[in-house]
Design a protein. Structure first.
Length: 286
């Protein structure tokens, strides 16, 4: 009995009310949401060793890092800041913080992209002098004062590959007479699906006007990285192996250019900042 009444009621409703599909067909399609004029994002991360172009900046100790990015959608112009702790023995006497300020323009055409910009590396509190900072081995020039670095860059991308060239427009991290030093970065990020990804990188660094045929002055090198990432609810977990062919041996008879102490002055321990290592990381954008 209840089934009969229910069926009759449904039949009456179907005759009295247009079908949902018909109502939807009659309704005008909703206009797509307009693209935002700008975006503002932040990021935060923790790594077991901060490697800049393959060289440890934290005496092979952990680093906490973070920053923010502003982008104007219509023009492609962007600005940003990124910060990390560093060790003074990595070439930053009196300093413990790296602050990067950058800006530029980027645009994409289907699978291709172009990025033009500049970056300034600032190390507040640094105080380099003849007792804690190296002189140029070729001409004896010295530096005093704050440590910093300014670069211009151009980068192109295709799908998951990118190639970037960076050119120092100041003395490279204040090393005397090294303006024009440069770095080439070939990187790839491939999405495997399911939140998994593969990252790879090869870089080539050229330190201008410095080398005089000893390991202690060989600044040029190649570095590489291969790793895997996993997205877990917006948290990116990473594991990468990083290595270089840089001269970093801490043999007292023949020390390398990238043998760093745990302090810029009066170091009690030394490590090869260029040797291979496994780096674990966790980061999140918001």
């Amino acid at each position: 009995m209840r089934k009969t009444i229910l069926a009759a009621s449904l039949a009456s409703a179907a005759l009295a009310v247009p079908s949902l599909a018909a109502a939807q067909a009659a309704a005008p399609a909703a206009a797509p949401a307009p693209a935002p004029e700008y975006t503002f994002t932040g990021n935060l991360g923790l790594v077991t060793d901060y490697r800049f172009r393959g060289i440890s900046q934290t005496f092979k100790e952990p680093a906490i890092q973070g920053g923010f990015d502003f982008s104007h959608t219509a023009s492609g112009i962007y600005l940003g800041n990124w910060d990390s702790n560093v060790n003074s023995g990595a070439g930053f006497p009196g300093g413990s913080i790296e602050m990067d300020f950058y800006g530029g323009w980027k645009h994409s055409w289907d699978d291709f992209g172009l990025d033009l910009g500049g970056i300034y590396y600032y190390y507040p509190g640094t105080d380099a002098n003849t007792t804690n900072f190296p002189a140029n081995p070729k001409n004896g020039k010295t530096h005093s004062g704050r440590v910093d670095n300014g670069e211009l860059y151009i980068a192109g991308s295709w799908k998951w590959l990118s190639l970037k060239y960076s050119h120092a427009v100041t003395d490279y991290f204040s090393l005397p007479d090294t303006k024009g030093s440069n770095y080439i970065d070939l990187s790839g990020t491939y999405d495997l699906g399911g939140g998994w990804g593969i990252v790879g990188h090869v870089g080539w660094f050229n330190l201008k006007n410095w080398h005089n045929n000893t390991d202690a002055t060989k600044g040029d090198y190649t570095d590489w990285k291969l790793g895997v990432t996993k997205d877990v609810s917006g948290w990116i977990l990473g594991a990468s192996y990083v290595d270089t062919n840089a001269k970093g041996s801490c043999n007292t008879a023949n020390p390398g250019f990238y043998c760093f102490g745990n302090s810029a002055s009066g170091a009690s321990k030394f490590k090869d900042a260029s040797s291979g290592t496994l780096i674990l990381s966790v980061s999140k954008s918001f």
